[in-house]
Design a protein around this ligand. Structure first.
Ligand code: TPP
Ligand code: MG
Length: 292
């Protein structure tokens, strides 16, 4: 059984002091241990951004991809290697902006991996431009008079496309985040965890206290039914909004098969472990004659 120390590396994060990514970093490692994974079981696919540096800071398999492309790369990786536990970790710009198209299709396919989005509602790495989840009126270098766009609602969007696991965490609530990640790691299909993350440098208005005053846990609401899609949608529509922020597992169903479960070739095991079937050179020459 692996311990936290097994996931440690000798590299210090370059995040700002007080960044919400530290909490997410800790919660991820603790969840891997709690869920019983060894470092070599995990493949973490990231994009580009502050939060996408995550796989540099722990001992696991890692793929650092292009901005917005982590879901596409994770899909390819998973289909070739269903024996690994795949998790994508990336920012709100990466996941919902540059990668917005991949987001929709990953959800509707129910790809069997965890998608953790560090949603600080700003482009952090490039020093504070407006992102797809920035609130309307957000002042930044690219929106000096305040953003005109209304923010995307990722949880509602995911639910509308048939998502099978939709959760929200807070970077400042480590025990809840560890719980959400552990549950997501055991989910059958695509599991979205949108983590509202404090950015102490470029989104100072949304401070630790700002979140504490607004956030509440759906699991503490009497009779909350996380298997009811309509109830979950109503919760999802509360934020972004004017009032409170629901956190926890808003919706979950284990009744929908993951995409990869439907692929006949994978019933013989992960592709990377199946014998490579090569064909004689005459077959290839025949093909060339036929098509050239
Ligand atoms: C195709 C492409 N467009 C733009 C960039 C520049 N760029 C790098 S990181 C970034 C924003 C990252 O924001 P987010 O995904 O929210 O992550 P954060 O830094 O906030 O954690 C941008 C626009 C890029 N690297 N590639
Ligand atoms: Mg961001």
């Amino acid at each position: 059984m692996a311990t936290l120390q097994d996931f440690a590396v000798d590299v210090r994060p370059t995040w700002c002091p007080g960044c919400g990514d530290y909490g997410i970093w800790n919660a991820l490692k603790r969840a891997f241990v709690q869920a019983g994974f060894d470092p070599e079981d995990i493949m973490m696919v990231t994009g580009v951004g502050c939060g996408s540096k995550m796989n540099d800071y722990m001992r696991i398999g890692g793929l650092h991809t292009l901005h917005g492309r982590s879901l596409a790369v994770a899909t390819g990786f998973l289909l070739a290697n269903t024996g690994r536990k795949v998790i994508t970790v990336h920012g709100d710009g990466d996941g919902y902006g540059e990668g917005g198209n991949h987001f929709l299709h990953t959800v509707r396919r129910n790809m069997g991996f965890v998608d953790l989005v560090e949603n600080n509602q700003v482009y952090g790495l490039t020093r504070g431009q407006v992102s797809p989840t920035s609130r309307a009126g957000f002042r930044s270098s690219t929106s000096p008079s305040g953003a005109l766009d209304r923010p995307i609602n990722p949880l509602a969007l995911a639910l509308s496309q048939g998502a099978t696991f939709v959760a929200r965490g807070l970077s400042l609530d480590l025990p809840q985040l560890q719980y959400l990640i552990t549950e997501a790691l055991g989910h059958r299909g695509y599991a979205l965890i949108d983590v509202l993350q404090v950015c102490v440098s470029y989104n100072r208005a949304m401070s630790y206290d700002w979140y504490r005053e607004r956030a509440y846990k759906v699991e503490e609401e009497e009779g909350y039914d996380s298997s009811d899609q309509a109830v979950a949608m109503a919760k999802a529509l509360e934020y972004p909004g004017d009032g409170r922020i629901p956190t926890g597992i808003l919706y979950r169903t284990e009744d929908v098969p993951a995409y990869e479960e439907g692929i006949a070739a994978l019933s013989a095991g992960p592709l990377v472990e199946q014998p490579l079937r090569t064909r004689p050179i005459e077959d290839y020459e025949e093909l060339v004659r036929e098509h050239m």
